[in-house]
Design a protein around this ligand. Structure first.
Ligand code: FES
Length: 275
């Protein structure tokens, strides 16, 4: 599982191209993997942001916001992941629908890119809307521009494109275009807000849920979500779901459950670095 390329996409976001031929052979848009970077390392779910069957490689994008993801982002070309489990999850169904709006919030562009690429290859008109806190946090813009009919940007500070939330751009597109499907991937509050925007238009809307995960194979229940009143596991039933049927309120309540442990782990790690 050797890293053959590493790119720093933003101050805390790194892209790795990894030799993993057996995963690349079976990968489809929507799949993810679980990586461990060392013995006893935390299991970290990462989306397959791209794959190349001929080269036998998969592309992973990792934001170093915690102890383990920070250590992962210190790996470099020539280093190896200890193990990579996958591909996991249900692939996103790619059909020719007409016009599809792909909405990315921050790091959400990594899982969105393979879906948008496959939708474009299937003959859909892809309109991409990308939002981030600042211009520097907008990643994979060239890749999205290459496969989209047009790309619009929003930033919280106005450093690029519309100053404000990407959901405003989505509202504008839905008011002016006939849209057959919306795919939204980003932070949970942003996906929940986007569903409030698309619901009145009656447009089918897909989200990809980045819930807490442990095993990634449907055994621990850590990733359970309620969809259409039924319990589903994001790792085996998703991570893509009908966004209008997802109980976002419940997920948003459960998501910060391990924040204290994460803060302690990060603090311990920094102390170790100092000592
Ligand atoms: S991560 Fe354990 S059931 Fe989904």
């Amino acid at each position: 599982m050797k890293i053959i390329q590493k790119d720093q996409l933003a101050p805390t976001i790194v892209r790795f191209v990894v030799n993993a031929a057996h995963i690349a052979a079976k990968a489809e848009p929507g799949h993810f993997v679980i990586v461990r970077h060392k013995e006893m390392g935390e299991r970290i779910p990462l989306t397959i942001a791209d794959f190349d069957r001929d080269a036998g490689t998969i592309t992973l994008v990792c934001q170093g916001i915690g102890h383990s993801t920070g250590e992962i982002n210190e790996l470099t070309t020539g280093d190896s992941f200890l193990d990579i489990l996958g591909p996991l999850g249900e692939p996103y169904p790619v059909k020719k629908l007409g016009t599809v709006v792909c909405v990315a919030g921050g790091l959400g562009v990594a899982p969105l890119y393979p879906k948008a690429k496959a939708l474009a290859a299937a003959g859909n008109k892809v309109i991409t809307l990308m939002g981030a806190q600042t211009k520097d946090m907008l990643i994979m813009t060239a890749e999205m521009e290459a496969i989209s009919e047009r790309v619009e940007y929003s930033t919280d500070d106005g450093s690029l494109g519309y100053k404000g939330f990407v959901t405003k751009l989505l509202q504008d597109v839905l008011e002016t275009e006939a849209v057959d499907e919306v795919v939204v991937i980003g932070p949970l509050p942003m996906m929940a807000a986007a569903m409030d925007v698309t619901r009145p238009f009656g447009v089918p809307s897909i989200v990809s849920l980045n819930t807490l995960m442990v095993d990634g194979t449907g055994m621990c229940g850590g990733c359970r979500v309620t969809v259409d009143g039924q319990t589903k596991f994001a790792c085996v039933d998703g991570p893509a779901f009908d966004g209008h049927a997802v109980n976002f309120k419940e997920i948003l309540q459960r998501q910060p459950f391990y924040k204290d442990q994460e803060r302690k782990a990060l603090h311990t790690c920094r102390l170790e670095e100092v000592i």
